[in-house]
Design a protein around this ligand. Structure first.
Ligand code: AP5
Length: 215
């Protein structure tokens, strides 16, 4: 069982890239952000616990995230290749993943460090729209849907994420720098970091990552 990790600040394009890699390479996509949003929407105990953290752009507790990851990976253990999007986000999560994944015979092959400048990240997030039904991601300028407000894939309604307000975006960027950016050094020491310039178009980023995966 292999896994790759998509590491990058808010708006780096992790979700957009994950969708492309899922289609091209058949990875099983595991997004902690999507799982936590689903928990909030369902009103489950986990959802109630994490709602306020997510609304303010803070990280949810490591124990909660590690539990949902273990549960999902165990349930999908027949999948050959996992793609972790937005996880791990702290050193404790990285170490927890390492222990758990080694126990089940898993190997992390690449950690893609998606790097784009701060202004680009803010511009991408303030103009992001997401489908309420299938989760497809758009940008009202860079990647608009064919019909304003309607998903091209399934006709679902597009919405703006609650944490994409300018104030919350600025906090998410700060949280990323303090708590997640140290993982770049952690994974570089393990020889797993693949630096990717994610400042170009989504197609350019995808091509850079595919070149590594196919190389
Ligand atoms: P999460 O959902 O993971 O949010 P994030 O990391 O802030 O990342 P985003 O989803 O905002 O951005 P992205 O990099 O996926 O970019 P996207 O492809 O959408 O987490 C949300 C919250 O959940 C966290 O704040 C935290 O509270 C909690 N959480 C989640 N995981 C956690 C964990 N492990 N531990 C603790 N808490 C956790 O693209 C953005 C926009 O840009 C889109 O409009 C897209 O169309 C556009 N775009 C994408 N690529 C390009 C490109 N190359 N050029 C131009 N536009 C582009």
């Amino acid at each position: 069982m292999d896994a790759i990790i998509l590491l990058g600040g808010p708006g780096a394009g992790k979700g957009t890239l994950a969708d492309a890699l899922r289609k091209q390479k058949g990875f099983f996509h595991v997004s902690t952000g999507d799982m936590l949003r689903a928990a909030v929407k369902s009103g489950s105990d986990v959802g109630l616990e994490v709602k306020s953290c997510m609304e303010s752009g803070e990280l949810v507790p490591d124990s909660v995230v590690l539990n949902i990851i273990k549960e999902r990976v165990t349930r999908e253990s027949s999948s050959a290749q996992f793609m972790f999007d937005g996880f791990p986000r702290t050193l404790e999560q990285a170490e927890g993943l390492h222990t758990f994944f080694s126990e089940i015979g898993g190997v992390i092959t690449h950690v893609f460090n998606l790097d784009a400048d701060r202004e680009a990240l803010i511009c991408r997030l303030t103009a992001r729209r997401t489908c309420k039904t299938c989760g497809a991601i758009y940008h009202i300028i860079n990647m608009p849907s064919k019909v304003d407000g309607i998903c091209d894939v399934d006709g679902g309604e597009l919405y703006q994420r609650a944490d994409d307000s300018e104030e919350t975006i600025l906090n998410r960027l700060e949280v990323y720098q303090k708590q997640t950016a140290p993982l770049i050094g952690y994974y570089r020491d393990l020889g797993l970091i693949r630096d990717i310039d994610a400042g170009g178009s989504a197609a350019e980023t995808e091509a850079l990552v595919l070149a590594v995966l196919n190389g």
